[in-house]
Design a protein around this ligand. Structure first.
Ligand SMILES: *[C@@H]1O[C@H](CO)[C@@H](O)[C@H](O)[C@H]1NC(C)=O
Ligand SMILES: *[C@@H]1O[C@H](CO)[C@@H](O)[C@H](O)[C@H]1NC(C)=O
Ligand SMILES: *[C@@H]1O[C@H](CO)[C@@H](O)[C@H](O)[C@H]1NC(C)=O
Ligand SMILES: *[C@@H]1O[C@H](CO)[C@@H](O)[C@H](O)[C@H]1NC(C)=O
Ligand SMILES: *[C@@H]1O[C@H](CO)[C@@H](O)[C@H](O)[C@H]1NC(C)=O
Ligand SMILES: *[C@@H]1O[C@H](CO)[C@@H](O)[C@H](O)[C@H]1NC(C)=O
Ligand SMILES: *[C@@H]1O[C@H](CO)[C@@H](O)[C@H](O)[C@H]1NC(C)=O
Ligand SMILES: *[C@@H]1O[C@H](CO)[C@@H](O)[C@H](O)[C@H]1NC(C)=O
Ligand SMILES: *[C@@H]1O[C@H](CO)[C@@H](O)[C@H](O)[C@H]1NC(C)=O
Ligand SMILES: *[C@@H]1O[C@H](CO)[C@@H](O)[C@H](O)[C@H]1NC(C)=O
Ligand SMILES: *[C@@H]1O[C@H](CO)[C@@H](O)[C@H](O)[C@H]1NC(C)=O
Ligand SMILES: CC(=O)N[C@H]1CO[C@H](CO)[C@@H](O)[C@@H]1O
Length: 739
């Protein structure tokens, strides 16, 4: 009906006050539900809504087959729309399988309903997500992500792209030459740690200006879209990290070489830091923020600014710390009087030895106006710091779910924690202003991320059984018109109680890795605990049964086989089952090739062990071949879903320049394998990807098992040093071929 659409446009125009038009929502409907552009209308309620202070509210009415959404903010309207789409119409947009919204046929009727957020901010991204997940995203990938965020009520996303464009201009203005500047910048897959001041420079090639320019163009599109979808982007600022030759130009400048990071050679770390007390700091801050405003307009006054991520201030003196933050704060305020400084609170946990309560209080105390700061309590589900730090001494803060590191994949979740704890934090901390997602990589386990964002609209902990049930209904309903076979609900119930319900934080604190992704070794792989755990925290038989039930769901409802979400999840669950099955085979191999245990064995016992071990070797390698074949069936074309798509997304940024293209591809490969010129944090960002299993993990295990079989034959113990260096040499040689 034409009049209805006109009305929705009119609403858009009427609500233009304070730059708030609902046109961005109409555009989203056009993008995702083109058959229904006339069926939705959005109306912004009159009255003042202040982002970060006011909770968001919506009311959804479906009369005459049309859906009208009213709300007090764009984010509220989007959340109301999302609730209708998921809970009533059973369609959604997902990472990896993309938007399923166009599968909506006729609009189901509903009784009116309403919703209200319990916190004004819903935050998304970690600085490192921009490298682990989004490094090579195209605009189309960003469009999917931003619609995902907008519909889930996120109104405070981080926006790092294009940072280097402005930074380079500031450096040039200060008189630094292009070679000096480009020696400082890191490759496209490692920019996050250059921005943090952990690393500098690049191995395998140099970042070209073309990359910087195209990322800058992308940022303009991203910010425009974020704004029209009612989000307040968090923008970069000048941090103080400068090229190493800076003191040559400014011999009197107060600069220090900060610490070495993660064993990187000095050439690539020990970044040069301009002390904020030096007047040059404020000058560069002003220049940076002014340029940023000129390029992007007045889109936001919230700035992400981290100077001590995994490196400590030179002085722990309380007065010095207070002065330090005061000066940084003043530099922001001088450049933008409305500036709010957002701090990623990881340092208070990771470097808690340095960051004693006194020091944190002094540091935060330097910003004398509490509302000029916003702290991300970065790992709230496992290592919350807000209690220890007395709610950040009154500074507004956000409860964040970190969930996983380096984009590692493993079915995992702490369902109890991310529902119960944010609610209890809200009752116990008056300066808690938001819930957020700070995953290092968007690796999967999407239900765990949805859960916290939905918790932001529920005053009591979400009922998990109902939640998982409804989530499954929406996810697969395309195949079944909303009625799923009971086996499907049984599967998700079993997943809820097993993989997604880790409560033993001594065993695991984040997404679990599988040992086959790690450099092979006869010891030290199993039962790792903590942040990079390999301990399996659930009964693996439960998962195998859930997997069988999942398959039987499709046997009873065959249309599921063709459903993209079903296909993706079937591969994901099977992957975990096979990954878990690797462990006992590996343990057998280690036992069968243990020369110490066999030292008294007679020849026939040795021969028997050799036969058994070579059989086990075949099993182990066959399992990896199967795993690779399995994950290669993943229907997703998302850059972060397989090695070929990761590498080709990297190459796509290089136009036709082959040496640049090779560098991007090398950089992309290096991140998920050696992570550093010579494996400084090797396998940190391991992925269970098509192509990576067959091209990297499998050959490593081939070498390892071959060496052990040989040792059993010769009776000579394996020379560990030799094997280790053999593997490393091979890993380094593989960087090119894998790219
Ligand atoms: C929201 O819905 C509840 C439950 O149906 C109802 O009691 C309440 O009045 C509604 N609030 C608004 C603002 O419409
Ligand atoms: C640096 O400081 C010295 C001693 O205070 C002074 O003589 C010199 O002019 C300064 N140089 C610059 C470039 O400011
Ligand atoms: C790099 O940092 C380490 C401390 O982390 C320090 O020992 C070393 O001297 C520094 N090197 C340089 C060249 O600054
Ligand atoms: C969540 O983790 C925190 C931090 O370890 C712990 O204090 C809390 O008891 C956990 N909550 C639940 C519900 O498991
Ligand atoms: C999760 O595990 C804990 C501890 O074993 C248990 O008390 C709780 O009921 C479980 N919750 C769910 C949803 O399975
Ligand atoms: C938690 O995990 C640790 C380490 O794996 C283990 O020693 C401990 O027994 C577990 N605790 C419980 C209650 O299962
Ligand atoms: C790992 O933990 C499992 C389960 O607790 C145990 O059976 C096994 O012996 C452990 N393996 C090693 C190598 O520690
Ligand atoms: C794991 O689950 C299976 C089947 O539900 C059960 O038979 C077995 O005893 C469980 N194992 C443990 C260690 O709880
Ligand atoms: C090999 O066997 C010996 C003696 O039984 C044992 O102490 C050692 O831990 C075993 N080594 C490995 C790698 O399992
Ligand atoms: C192990 O290999 C290294 C070189 O890779 C060699 O230096 C060392 O002597 C070897 N150790 C033994 C015990 O043979
Ligand atoms: C296996 O791990 C041990 C202990 O960390 C180490 O000494 C050894 O060199 C490793 N072996 C290989 C082949 O990496
Ligand atoms: C698996 C399945 O049923 N997919 C269907 C989802 O909806 C679209 C649009 O109606 C169909 O084309 C698919 O076949």
């Amino acid at each position: 009906m034409r009049w209805f659409y006109s009305l929705s446009c009119l609403y858009g125009l009427l609500s233009l006050g304070e730059g708030q038009s609902t046109q961005g929502l109409v555009n989203l409907v056009k993008r995702r539900l083109p058959a229904h552009v006339d069926d939705f209308s959005f109306e912004l309620a009159p009255g003042k809504h202040t982002p970060g202070l006011t909770n968001d509210q919506y009311t959804v009415k479906c009369d005459f087959g049309k859906v009208s959404v009213q709300g007090n903010s764009l984010s509220a309207l989007l959340s109301g729309l999302h609730r209708y789409l998921t809970d009533v119409a059973h369609v959604d947009i997902y990472w990896f399988i993309g938007s399923q919204l166009d599968k909506l046929q006729s609009l189901p009727r509903c009784a009116s309903f309403n919703g209200s957020s319990i916190v004004p901010w819903r935050y998304h991204f970690n600085t490192v997500t921009f490298s682990y997940t989004a490094a090579f995203w195209s605009w189309e990938d960003w469009e999917d992500e931003l619609d995902w965020l907008a519909l889930r009520g996120v109104n405070l996303p981080l926006a790092w792209n294009g940072f280097e464009k402005i930074l380079v201009e500031v450096f040039e203005e200060m008189g630094l030459s292009q070679p000096e500047i480009f020696d400082f910048l890191s490759g496209p897959a490692f920019q996050a740690w250059n921005r943090f001041g952990n690393i500098q420079g690049s191995w395998g090639g140099q970042l070209p200006m073309a990359w910087i320019n195209s990322q800058f163009d992308l940022q303009k599109q991203i910010l425009q879209r974020m704004t029209e979808l009612g989000m307040t982007p968090v923008l970069p600022a000048f941090t103080g990290f400068v090229p190493r030759t800076f003191p040559d130009l400014y011999p009197n400048a107060s600069v220090v070489n900060i610490s070495q990071w993660s064993g990187f050679p000095t050439q690539y770390t020990n970044d040069t830091f301009l002390d904020p007390s030096d007047p040059l700091f404020a000058r560069m801050q002003k220049s940076f923020i002014t340029k940023q405003q000129q390029y992007y307009g007045n889109v936001s006054s919230i700035y992400t600014l981290d100077q001590f991520n995994e490196n400590d201030p030179i002085s722990g003196d309380l007065t010095a710390l207070e002065q330090l933050s005061y000066t940084v704060w003043q530099s922001l305020k001088a450049a933008d009087p409305n500036a709010i400084w957002m701090l990623q609170g990881w340092l208070f946990f990771s470097n808690s030895d340095f960051w004693t309560n006194d020091r944190v209080e002094a540091f935060l105390g330097g910003v004398t106006k509490n509302t000029d700061m916003l702290i991300l309590d970065l790992f709230s589900e496992t290592q919350p710091q807000w209690q220890r730090l007395d709610s950040y001494y009154g500074k507004p803060w956000i409860w964040c779910e970190l969930h996983g590191y380096g984009g590692n994949q493993g079915l995992y979740g702490q369902v109890m924690n991310v529902t119960i704890n944010p609610i209890s934090a809200l009752a116990n901390s008056s300066s808690l202003v938001g819930f957020g997602l700070t995953m290092e990589g968007q690796e999967g386990n999407e239900i765990m991320y949805d859960l916290l964002l939905d918790q932001a609209w529920s005053g009591s902990p979400i009922d998990l059984t109902t939640y998982f049930h409804n989530w499954a209904t929406t996810r697969y309903s395309n195949a079944t018109q909303g009625t799923l076979p009971p086996q499907m609900y049984q599967t998700w119930d079993a997943l809820l109680h097993s993989v997604y319900n880790n409560t033993n934080l001594t065993a695991a604190q984040a997404v679990t890795k599988s040992i086959y992704e790690l450099a092979p070794n006869a010891t030290g792989l199993l039962n790792r605990t903590g942040h990079h755990p390999t301990t399996i925290t659930y009964n693996t038989t439960t998962l195998v049964k859930a997997w069988q039930t999942f398959i039987s769901a499709a046997n009873s409802t065959p249309s599921l086989w063709a459903n993209e979400a079903y296909q993706f999840d079937l591969i994901d669950i099977t992957r975990q089952v096979l990954a878990n099955a690797f462990n006992p085979v590996y343990s057998s191999f280690v036992t069968q090739t243990n020369l110490t245990a066999l030292h008294n064995a007679n020849t026939s016992a040795l021969n028997a062990s050799l036969t058994a071990a070579s059989h086990t070797q075949s099993q182990l390698l066959a399992l990896l071949t199967t795993l690779n074949g399995l994950v290669c069936l993943t229907p997703s074309s998302a850059p972060e879903s397989s090695l070929p798509s990761w590498v080709s997304a990297a190459r796509a940024w290089a136009d036709s320049n082959s040496s640049v293209s090779d560098f991007y591809a090398f950089d992309a490969v290096n991140q998920v394998t050696l992570w550093g010129p010579t494996g400084q944090i090797s396998d940190y960002a391991s992925r269970q990807w098509c192509g990576l299993i067959s091209g990297y993990y499998l050959p490593r295990w081939q070498t390892f098992t071959g060496t052990y079989l040989n040792s059993l034959t010769t009776g000579q113990p394996v020379n560990q040093t030799q094997l280790q260096s053999q593997l490393l040499t091979w890993e380094e040689q593989q960087q090119g071929p894998l790219a």
